[in-house]
Design a binder for this molecule. Sequence first.
Ligand SMILES: NC(=O)C1=CN([C@@H]2O[C@H](COP(=O)(O)OP(=O)(O)OC[C@H]3O[C@@H](n4cnc5c(N)ncnc54)[C@H](OP(=O)(O)O)[C@@H]3O)[C@@H](O)[C@H]2O)C=CC1
Ligand SMILES: CC(=O)[C@@H](O)[C@H](O)COP(=O)(O)O
Ligand SMILES: [Mn+2]
Length: 391
Amino acid sequence: MRQVTLLGATGSIGDSTLDVLARHTEKYQVYALTANQASEKLFEQCQRFQPKVAVMRDRDAARTLQIALKEAGIKTEVRYGDAALTEIAADPQSDIVVAAIVGSAGLLPTLAAAKAGKRILLANKEALVMSGALLMQTVMDNGAELLPVDSEHNAIWQCLPVSDSQQYHFADKGVRRLILTASGGPFRDWSAADLATVTPEQAVAHPNWSMGQKISVDSATMMNKGLEVVEAHWLFGLPANQIEVVLHRQSIIHSMVDYLDGSVLAQMGNPDMRTPIANTLAWPERIDSGVMPLDLISVGRLDFKAASFAQFPCLKLAYQALKAGGTSTAILNAANEVAVSAFLENRLKFIDIATVIEQTLMAVSSQTADDLEVILEADRLARQQAERVIC
Ligand SMILES: NC(=O)C1=CN([C@@H]2O[C@H](COP(=O)(O)OP(=O)(O)OC[C@H]3O[C@@H](n4cnc5c(N)ncnc54)[C@H](OP(=O)(O)O)[C@@H]3O)[C@@H](O)[C@H]2O)C=CC1
Ligand SMILES: CC(=O)[C@@H](O)[C@H](O)COP(=O)(O)O
Ligand SMILES: [Mn+2]
């Protein structure tokens, strides 16, 4: 029985992961569940999955959860705080850690899981964007496995000649380029004039995927694809000029690998995160995910279109940051997180998200990024600067 710790259990990836785990109770046991402050939802999950430990980042939420569990006679031990999140990620009693906290808050727990040599199912792309070199080195030094849950990276991983789960360099494996598909988000057909009045509600309404708020806004600006270009660089060891993005509105092809001999391998499926979650959970085996078989006849057609930097300036900024190297991508990530929060709180216009990120990148200087303290300082300075730009 493999013991699973699910970081970010109350989110969209958390829900999908628990759905897959519930289908395979003979193989997997939930060891720990974590959340930020959604105590009610975590309580329901504890009731159903009876984990040994539940961790809430928020102290009051942890107290509420503890009382509810006691009243219900559930023996789950409750812990709280950032240190407890990092500790549970490294707990020797778990084998698999699902990294599904959103944003930079996922970095330290993911690094801790890597240090502890876990199988990490990585959804938290921001951890790699902030600290790609450090995280990959930590994974390799400690015999951890970093398996991509992000649908594009999981697709690429399935199309690469992977013979063990600790391969992260494909530059010399006959690969010409990686082709990441992008839906283009809810505004892919909107005019520049219409974008000026976009509301948070419109921005989080993704046409193909049901996801958390932050990643949904990232999809709408296509910063999500930009973060994914950086993520692909670190996961697969290819430079920016061998990682391309193509618009594919149906989200049926999740990404492709173009080989030197002209073969292009694609992974397809219904847009449902239970597929990559089941794939990484069971790798190298295959298990049922609950996802319906793909009905190509009803899909009917697959469209492709070039992704324009003019239409999606955030994508351009991400490529620039990757090429600049060092802490540039940590600065990009922090500025994006601040700008997206401000947009969701109606403090910033949708079209100004890219401007905030660009101005932050210009103002905060990039440093060599092989040290955690340097990365965290870049993150702090970038947040400060981005808030200044917004005010
Ligand atoms: N959703 C998807 O389909 C996909 C998501 N991803 C990536 O997976 C990650 C999670 O995304 P998603 O599930 O959509 O996000 P959600 O917003 O739905 O869920 C986020 C989870 O993280 C927890 N959380 C938030 N802030 C903190 C914090 N400061 N400390 C600890 N826990 C925190 C939340 O707890 P609480 O509920 O208490 O706030 C919740 O459990 C992101 O990095 C995203 O980019 C990648 C590919 C697809
Ligand atoms: C499901 C997933 O992996 C998301 O990252 C998804 O890719 C978002 O879709 P787009 O960013 O292509 O709109
Ligand atoms: Mn993705």
